[in-house]
Design a protein around this ligand. Structure first.
Ligand code: PEP
Ligand code: MG
Length: 595
């Protein structure tokens, strides 16, 4: 008798799209036992050999990480690889080694226990911070601890895989992602992980589709299960049906065709069918993204988030180090422009050096920190000015909320210029200085602010969160974060008109700029520049080139009169579909940026 195996039920899980792309493959369950640590008493004579054993395990861990570092530098570039340098530095820290050694001698406990508790202290401190970035760094420290303990227990981790699997894991550390990527990995799916996790960042650099934050994918999936991973929409399909496979295959082909089609736009200008030209530039976080930005046909960089220089380190880069980085960016983009945003620290980004703040988004953040720390601010401004000699750089300030702050920030620019002049160091004396409009008070005061600066750039991510009083990173209220709320639209219009009244150009660099549904609205409202995540740039260019400016103005006027976000969005969606039918709207086409 023939036995037919039952068809397994299809399961669909939704998570966070962390790296775009679609893949179909079989699951490899990457499980990593967290090493069990027992507490053992030592007799006096065993202490020294135990210390030796501990030192050997630490050295072995450093050697492993050095290997990963070398590989990461090749694959994802110097800046992103820095996370491993940070781990190696901890391992080589003489103070840490001394306290570990001292504790083994005085407490007479085994090395696993001492390493676990000592390094665990750092992770606990980081976990106590109300900050997703710090939580991710706590995982990195945990990973370091587990590595040493595994080496103490002489366990080996799997790094070679058969075939081309989709990796399913509870969580992945940056080192796991790097090591596993030496195989032909088709995708990553994890239970945990936020968009700021380095695993997410690395999969984007490696161009491997990834979905994170899936809850319990590692329990739902068994090794060898057939899977679809959709890194555009953030979906995983387990045991896909034949129809589902066909659907995704068609989707995959559609995207491939669409992307090939877009690449032909590279050399063409972003101009509407009736001749209205927009400046279309890209947002970047790291110099490593420059090649991709150039490849995508960007006219320049409308937002360079300089605070990314601080990632993976706890000190500030020196003026020289900053200068080298800024110059690299300006040189590569020349003759196109790069707008450097001064450090936007605080909020949900990088922990500031202070203790906890009850409301970090309303606290010490952005320009507020720069103005309170003139030494650091001047250092950054000097580095930027020195790198401006090709005359293709502009500077802008984040989180401006008062006119007084604009005056003060400009005074610092003048002081930095004077210091350079005194040393006969060259810079672009005509460098444009602008302000980000991302706080409602600044939006209301856009007129007087525009009179003081060369341009305004709207930070719609923060502007929306502050206008609607909805935390941009809190999933409990994410349904209230309405990018097309009439209040947002009225504010955009007011800022654009105020800038233009003073003869200044106005751009937008929040995620809204890269939302295809918003393109007609933004340009119709009079926006002069759109700065978008590099992955979406060709699509936005295609939309601009397919539409008529006069029609965009009418659609903007029409939606400005509407009273609900849903109504605005649906009207804009219909307009886009009608004007540009081949834009695939069903996917979440806005790649995630790390803020
Ligand atoms: C914004 O707030 O819209 C913006 C571009 O800045 P960030 O996302 O870095 O806060
Ligand atoms: Mg912002």
């Amino acid at each position: 008798m023939n036995s037919v195996s039952p068809v397994k039920k299809e399961i669909i899980l939704n998570g966070i799209p962390a790296s775009p792309g679609i893949a179909v493959g079989t699951a490899y369950l990457f499980t990593k036992e967290i090493p069990r640590v027992e507490e053992r008493e030592l007799d006096g004579e065993s202490c020294e050999p135990e210390i030796e054993r501990m030192k050997t395990a630490i050295q072995k861990s450093a050697k492993e990480l050095n290997k990963i570092l070398g590989f990461a530098r090749q694959k994802v570039g110097e800046a992103k690889a820095r996370i491993f340098e940070a781990q190696i530095m901890i391992l080589e820290d003489a103070v840490l080694l001394e306290s570990l050694t001292k504790r083994v001698r005085t407490e007479r406990k085994n090395a696993e226990y001492i390493v676990s508790t000592e390094i665990g202290k750092y992770a606990k401190l980081m976990l106590a911070a109300h900050d997703e970035y710090m939580h991710e760094r706590a995982h990195d420290i945990d990973d370091l601890r587990n590595r040493i303990i595994r080496n103490l227990q002489q366990e080996k981790l799997i790094s070679k895989l058969d075939g081309s699997p989709i990796i399913v894991a509870h969580s992945l550390t940056p080192a796991d992602t790097m090591i596993l990527s030496r195989n032909k990995v088709l995708g990553y799916a994890t239970d945990l992980g936020g968009i700021t996790s380095h695993a997410a960042l690395f999969s984007r650099s490696l161009k491997i589709p990834a979905v994170v934050g899936l809850g319990d994918v590692s329990r739902e999936v068994a090794a060898g299960d057939k899977l679809i991973i959709d890194g555009y929409g953030g979906t995983i399909v387990i045991h896909p049906s034949q129809e589902r496979l066909a659907e995704y295959e068609a989707k995959q082909q559609r995207f491939a065709r669409f992307e090939a089609d877009l690449s032909q736009l590279k050399e063409l200008p972003p101009v509407t069918t009736d001749g209205h030209t927009i400046e279309l530039s890209a947002n970047i976080e790291l110099a490593e993204e420059l090649e991709y930005v150039v490849l995508q046909g960007s006219q320049g960089v409308g937002l360079y988030r300089t605070e990314s220089l601080l990632m993976g380190r706890d000190d500030f880069p020196s003026e020289e180090e900053q200068y080298q980085e800024y110059k690299k960016v300006a040189d590569r983009l020349y003759p196109h422009r790069v707008i450097m945003r001064t450090f936007d620290i605080g909020g949900d980004k990088l922990a500031s050096e202070t203790a906890e703040e009850a409301n970090p988004f309303l606290g010490w953040r952005g320009i507020r920190i720069s103005l309170d720390r003139p030494d650091l601010f001047l250092q950054q401004l000097r580095a930027l000015l020195r790198a401006s000699t090709r005359k293709n750089m502009a500077i802008m300030f984040p989180m401006i909320s008062t006119i007084g702050e604009v005056h003060l920030a400009k005074q610092f620019v003048e002081q930095a210029k004077a210091e350079l002049r005194a040393k006969k160091i060259k810079f672009d004396a005509k460098l444009q200085v602008g302000v980000m409009i991302e706080v409602p008070s600044a939006a209301l005061n856009a007129g007087p602010i525009a009179s003081l600066v060369d341009f305004l750039s709207i930070g719609s991510n923060d502007l929306t969160q502050y206008l609607l009083a909805v935390d941009r990173g809190n999933s409990l209220v994410s349904n209230l974060y309405q990018a097309f709320d009439p209040a947002v639209l009225i504010t955009l219009k007011h800022v654009i008109n105020s800038g233009h009244k003073h003869g200044k150009w106005v751009g937008i660099c929040g995620e809204l700029a890269g939302n295809p549904v918003a393109t007609a609205l933004l340009i119709g409202l009079g926006m002069d520049e759109l700065s978008v995540v590099p992955g979406i740039l060709p699509e936005i260019k295609k939309i601009i080139r397919a539409m008529n400016y006069t029609d965009m103005q009418s659609v903007a006027r029409k939606v400005l009169g509407m009273s609900a976000s849903e109504e605005v969005e649906s009207h804009l969606r219909d307009f886009l579909k009608q004007q540009c039918p081949d834009i695939p709207l069903e996917h979440n086409s806005i790649p995630i940026t790390i803020h």
